[in-house]
Design a protein around this ligand. Structure first.
Ligand SMILES: Nc1nc2c(ncn2[C@@H]2O[C@H](COP(=O)(O)OP(=O)(O)O)[C@@H](O)[C@H]2O)c(=O)[nH]1
Ligand SMILES: [Mg+2]
Length: 334
């Protein structure tokens, strides 16, 4: 069922007031991958950007990744409660990506209950996205949902399961990534092996319910970090933030929340959103049309936009539409 322009403006008005049904409806509109879906997404983004430029400094997007069971959901739930408690105008959207198949109702339910988010709190919105097709779960539709949510909420927190590639993907979605680990679970060694210690912006060692265990884990992580720098022959080792938390005992949560507030208030903490858009547009083109599609994009779309001084600075939807036009023109000549 198509949604008309007026309806879209009305939906956005209601979603801005954080009404759950209009939010859910808008999300399903931007998630759709049918031919007429692009036009609707274009309309939605235009209404949103008329209110506030899409690449402006809006919501802070935080990616939370780590092995299953590390305590990501529990931690997010605690951090959200602290954030909401600190500031009565604070709004948060939580997007939980479930990489398992569509029939994983159990897993989704599990996460929803684990995240004991306040039920009748209008300032928090929870959404889960099942994505069986993309490894690690971060698909093109995730990016579109994040683009929407960050215009409407102060914080967008994305939970993804860390299975290698997804860490790279989540970085392309977020401004800041947190890697959640369990103490002494051998996670550090695994991450070291996988060579992804460089990806997170900060580490969280959760389940530090006991002081001794917490200290031991901190040392292990610090030596892992040192080794990574040696192994990868990196530039000067950057100081990596490590948070020690216990979601169960509510320890270290205030510090982590304060860190996020600091990032939220710092306009310099947002990653280049135009570059992220370009990454996701190319990813979609590659998925749908392969390397040929990328060549068409680079040769026919980017120069076109550059001539009017826009380049990748023009809107995602404008470049997407031009790409499709270029493909159609080429196909019609066959
Ligand atoms: N002891 C302890 N258990 C925790 C802590 N945080 C989470 N858990 C437990 O660890 C299990 C997995 O937590 P969950 O938040 O679902 O992890 P996720 O898979 O990373 O989202 C659950 O049984 C939690 O109750 C913590 O700080 N200490
Ligand atoms: Mg979880």
């Amino acid at each position: 069922m198509a949604t008309q322009g007026n309806d879209i403006a009305a939906l956005i008005g209601q979603a801005s007031a954080h009404q759950k049904w209009p939010l859910a409806r808008l999300i399903s509109l931007v998630e759709r991958n049918l031919p007429d879906a692009r036009e609707q997404r274009d309309q939605i983004m235009q209404v949103l950007s008329a209110r506030e430029p899409l690449d402006d400094c809006n919501g802070l997007v935080v990616g939370v990744t780590g092995t299953p069971g590390a305590g990501k959901s529990s931690l997010i739930s605690e951090v959200c409660q602290v954030l909401l408690g600190r500031d009565s105008s604070c709004t948060i959207a939580v997007l939980a990506i479930d990489p398992s198949s569509e029939d994983s109702g159990g897993a989704l339910l599990g996460d929803r209950t684990r995240m004991q988010l306040p039920v009748n709190e209008p300032r928090i919105f929870f959404r889960s996205q099942a994505s069986a097709r993309d490894l690690g779960g971060v698909g093109p539709q995730t990016f579109q949902v994040v683009r929407l949510l960050r215009q409407l909420f102060d914080y967008v927190i994305i939970e993804t399961v860390g299975i290698g590639q997804s860490e790279v993907e989540v970085r392309q979605l977020s401004d800041h990534t947190l890697l959640v680990m369990q103490p002494l679970a051998g996670d550090q060694v695994q991450f070291l092996k996988a060579g992804i210690m460089e990806i997170p912006d900060a580490f969280v060692v959760n389940k530090c319910d006991e002081e001794a265990l917490a200290q031991k884990s901190l040392h292990m992580l610090q030596s892992s970090l040192k080794l990574t720098h040696l192994a990868l022959d990196q530039r000067k080792p950057a100081r990596r933030l490590v948070f020690m938390t216990s979601a169960m005992r509510k320890r270290g949560i205030d510090e982590l929340a304060a860190h996020l507030v600091g990032l939220h208030n710092d306009t310099g903490s947002r990653r280049d959103r135009k570059a992220q858009e370009d990454y996701h547009l190319r990813k979609w083109i590659r998925q749908e049309y392969g390397r040929y599609g990328i060549r068409v994009y680079e040769q026919r779309v980017l120069p076109l936009r550059q001539s009017d001084n826009a380049g990748i600075a023009s809107s995602y939807e404008a470049r997407e539409a031009q790409f499709i036009q270029a493909m159609e023109a080429l196909i019609s000549r066959l």
